[in-house]
Design a protein around this ligand. Structure first.
Ligand SMILES: Nc1ncnc2c1ncn2[C@@H]1O[C@H](COP(=O)(O)OP(=O)(O)O)[C@@H](O)[C@H]1O
Ligand SMILES: [Mg+2]
Length: 408
C-alpha cells in the first residue's frame, strides 16, 4: 500500500493539493483514503463534505477521514498519565503542574499516525494520502516516535529504577516517613502493560514512516520566504531518513496576463520556481495555477489534480502507486584508520551546521534543528577526529579510542 504525506508551510495549499491528489487517484481507479491529521478540520471544507473519525465515502473509490486525536489519547495514554500524576503528587508537585507536565508532547500527531498505521494494516486501500499539520508540527510528528520512547523510559521507573528506589528506601537511617516520601509509588501491572502496549504502537507508527512505500510531498507557494522554509524542512526530513518524492508549487500566476501587478508576481514566481527546481533536483517540482475561484469540491479538485499530474486516466494509476526512490541518507564505512559516517544533508549550509558528541550519541544541529543520532555500537568506542560537509554529504571520521578499547 502506497502512503503519501503532504506537508509545507501554513496556508500554502497542503490540504487542497492533498485532496486534489486523492481525488485524482480515485479518478484513475486507485482505491484511495485521505486522512487529515491537522486539528484545523479543513479537509472536509476542501472536499465539500462532512467527515468523521471513520472513513466516509466521498466519491467513487475515494474515502475521507478526520482523525480525532483526543479519543485515541484517552485510549492509549490516560492510564499512564494517571500514574504519573499520582507519582508527582506524592513528590509534592502541584497537581495542576503535574497535569501539564504529563501532557504527551506531540500527542495529536502521534495518534494521527497510529490511525494511519491501522489503516495501512487493515484497510482495503491502494493509496493513503495524509494531510499533515504545518511543517514544524509535522517534523515533530516524524521525530516523536523516537523521542517518545526515550521519554517513556525516563519517566517510568521500570526494572533498574525500581530497584534503586527500593534500595534507597531500605537504607538504614531513613525513617519510614522519609523513605515513603522519597520514592515514587511503584506503577501497577496495568501501568507497565499500558506503557509496553504504547511503545509497541509507536514502533508500529514509525514502521509506516520508514516503509519503502511511504513518501512525502512538500507543498510551497513560489515566494522566497516560503522556499527558504521548505529548504530547511527538506534538510530536516533528510536527517530523519524520509523520502521526498515531489515538490508541489501551488497558486502560480499566469504570466500572459495584461495586468501589470499580475505580471510582476508572475515574474518573481518564475524566478523562485527555477531556484526551487535547482534546489530539489532530481525531485520534480509539479505546478498548479492560481484558480479563478477557491478550489472546493470534487469537480474543482479533479481539475487541480489534472494540472498537477496530467489526465486522470487508468494508465496514470501505475505512476501514482510506484514506490519512491529509496533515500540513501545514512551509511557507515570503514576508513583508513577507523570509520566514516556519511549523512546526506542536502542543502545544508556549513555555517548552519553544528556537531557534538554526547555519550553514545552524535548531536547534529542544522539550522537550529537538533537530531540526536544513536551511534552504531562500533562507533561508540571511537573518538570523532574530524567532520566535513561537501556536496550535501556530511562525513564524520571516527577513530578507535585506545583507552576505551583497552578497558574492555
Ligand atoms: N491553486 C489554488 N488556487 C486558488 N486557491 C487555492 C489554491 N490552492 C489552495 N487555495 C486556497 O488557499 C487556501 C489555503 O489552502 P489550504 O489547502 O487550506 O492550505 P494549508 O492546508 O496549507 O493550510 C484555501 O482557501 C484554498 O481553497
Ligand atoms: Mg491544511
Amino acid at each position: 500500500m502506497r502512503v503519501v504525506l503532504f506537508t509545507g508551510k501554513g496556508g500554502v495549499g497542503k490540504t487542497t493539493t492533498a485532496a486534489a491528489t486523492a481525488v485524482f487517484a480515485a479518478r484513475c481507479g486507485v482505491k484511495t483514503l485521505i486522512i487529515s491529521a491537522d486539528p484545523a478540520h479543513s479537509l472536509a471544507d476542501a472536499l465539500g463534505v462532512r467527515l468523521g473519525p471513520q472513513p466516509t465515502e466521498v466519491s467513487a473509490g475515494l474515502f475521507g477521514q478526520q482523525v480525532d486525536p483526543r479519543a485515541r489519547t484517552e485510549q492509549s495514554w490516560r492510564g499512564i498519565q494517571d500514574y504519573l500524576v499520582t507519582a508527582l503528587d506524592d513528590l509534592g508537585v502541584d497537581p495542576l503542574a503535574a497535569d501539564e507536565l504529563t501532557e504527551l508532547p506531540g500527542a495529536d500527531e502521534v495518534f494521527a499516525l497510529l490511525e494511519v498505521r491501522d489503516q495501512v494494516r487493515h484497510g482495503p486501500w491502494d493509496l493513503v494520502v495524509v494531510d499533515c499539520a504545518p511543517s514544524a508540527e509535522t517534523l515533530r510528528l516524524l521525530a516523536v516516535p523516537e523521542l517518545l520512547t526515550r521519554y517513556l523510559s525516563r519517566l517510568l521507573p521500570m526494572d533498574r529504577r525500581i530497584a534503586r528506589i527500593v534500595a534507597v528506601a531500605r537504607r538504614p537511617g531513613w525513617d519510614r516517613k522519609g523513605a515513603e516520601g522519597s520514592g515514587l509509588p511503584l506503577p501497577g501491572d496495568g501501568v507497565v502493560e499500558a506503557a509496553e502496549r504504547f511503545a509497541t504502537e509507536l514502533a508500529g507508527a514509525q514502521e509506516v514512516l520508514r516503509s519503502p512505500s511511504t513518501s512525502i510531498r512538500l507543498v510551497l507557494t513560489a515566494e522566497s520566504v516560503v522556499l527558504a522554509e521548505t529548504r530547511r524542512t527538506w534538510t530536516a526530513l533528510a536527517m530523519h531518513g524520509f523520502a521526498v518524492d515531489a515538490v508541489i508549487a501551488n497558486r502560480l500566476f499566469d504570466g500572459d496576463s495584461a495586468d501589470a501587478w499580475r505580471q510582476g508576481w508572475a515574474r518573481s514566481q518564475h524566478q523562485v520556481l527555477s531556484e526551487a527546481e535547482s534546489s530539489f533536483a532530481p525531485v520534480p517540482v509539479r505546478r498548479a495555477g492560481y484558480t479563478a475561484v477557491e478550489p472546493v469540491g470534487v469537480a474543482a479538485l479533479t481539475e487541480l489534480g489534472e494540472a498537477l499530474y496530467g489526465p486522470a486516466v487508468p494508465e496514470a494509476a501505475a505512476a501514482l502507486l510506484a514506490p519512491p526512490s529509496p533515500p540513501d541518507l545514512f551509511a557507515v564505512e570503514r576508513g583508513d584508520d577507523g570509520f566514516v559516517l556519511r549523512l546526506q544533508l542536502p542543502l545544508a549550509d556549513r555555517d548552519d551546521l553544528d556537531l557534538g558528541r554526547r555519550g553514545d550519541d552524535l548531536v547534529i544541529t542544522v539550522a537550529g534543528r537538533r537530531r540526536v543520532l544513536a551511534l552504531p555500537s562500533a562507533l561508540r568506542r571511537c573518538q570523532v577526529t574530524g567532520a566535513r560537509l561537501r556536496d550535501g554529504v556530511l562525513s564524520v571520521r571516527f577513530v578507535p579510542d585506545p583507552a576505551q578499547w583497552r578497558s574492555l
